[in-house]
Design a protein around this ligand. Structure first.
Ligand SMILES: Cc1cc2nc3c(=O)[nH]c(=O)nc-3n(C[C@H](O)[C@H](O)[C@H](O)COP(=O)(O)OP(=O)(O)OC[C@H]3O[C@@H](n4cnc5c(N)ncnc54)[C@H](O)[C@@H]3O)c2cc1C
Length: 176
């Protein structure tokens, strides 16, 4: 049995595959963005989502002033944006925002969900922000695919028809 410690926990929790989002917040003319995979939908009645922010996140500070944010679900072409908004990009990618209810929409994202803050819960070194859904972007084209994060690495789901793609044909891009 592995020891129960933060490193072992990180490795085990990292076995849970997730998509990748960039949370955007706009205060006056300042936009702040943060890569996040601790995002989940919570409730249909009312429509609620949850994002876990590190207490240190600058985006959380800005969010405290606006009370609104947007969740931009990244597409498989946006790995460079994930790295950038996690503060680990080697070079500056092209970034385009457009106005959206809740927070700016990152152009090229698979989906954008605009939210207003409903509740904030303290949880260890994170804050859980529950958002009420106030806006949804149009449904993406059928062939669009998400960026996937699994075992500390980015993966791309293969293109092709849903249901016909072999289950384990992801392309590993890097491993820390
Ligand atoms: C796959 C993955 C998942 C993650 N999941 C989470 C999570 O769920 N919760 C969590 O708290 N942390 C998560 N992180 C870590 C988090 O992304 C980083 O710690 C991030 O740097 C914290 O962002 P910040 O709000 O402090 O913003 P900053 O560190 O201030 O910004 C992050 C980066 O975005 C750039 N940036 C910000 N705004 C703009 C803008 N308007 N235009 C252009 N560039 C801009 C900054 O220059 C910087 O490079 C994750 C990281 C990865 C790689």
């Amino acid at each position: 049995m592995p020891e129960v410690n933060p490193e072992a926990f990180r490795r085990q929790a990292g076995l849970f595959a997730t998509g990748v989002c960039v949370i955007t917040v706009q205060h006056d003319r300042q936009i702040s963005g943060m890569t996040a995979n601790a995002f989940t939908s919570v409730s249909l009645d009312p429509l609620l989502v949850l994002v876990a922010f590190s207490r240190q996140a600058h985006t959380l500070e800005v969010l405290a002033q606006t009370g609104e944010f947007a969740v931009n679900v990244l597409s498989r072409e946006q790995e460079n944006l994930s790295r950038h908004f996690a503060g680990s990009a080697a070079s500056l990618p092209e970034i385009h925002f457009e106005g959206f209810e809740g927070g700016p929409r990152l152009v090229g994202s698979l989906a954008t969900i605009g939210c207003s803050v409903e509740q904030v819960v303290s949880a260890g070194d994170h804050r859980l922000v529950v958002g009420r859904v106030i806006a949804l972007s149009p449904t993406p084209a059928e062939g669009e695919r998400p960026l996937v994060f699994w075992r500390g690495a980015y993966w791309r789901l293969p293109a092709g028809d849903v249901g016909q793609a072999p289950a384990l044909e992801g392309e590993q891009i890097f491993f820390d």
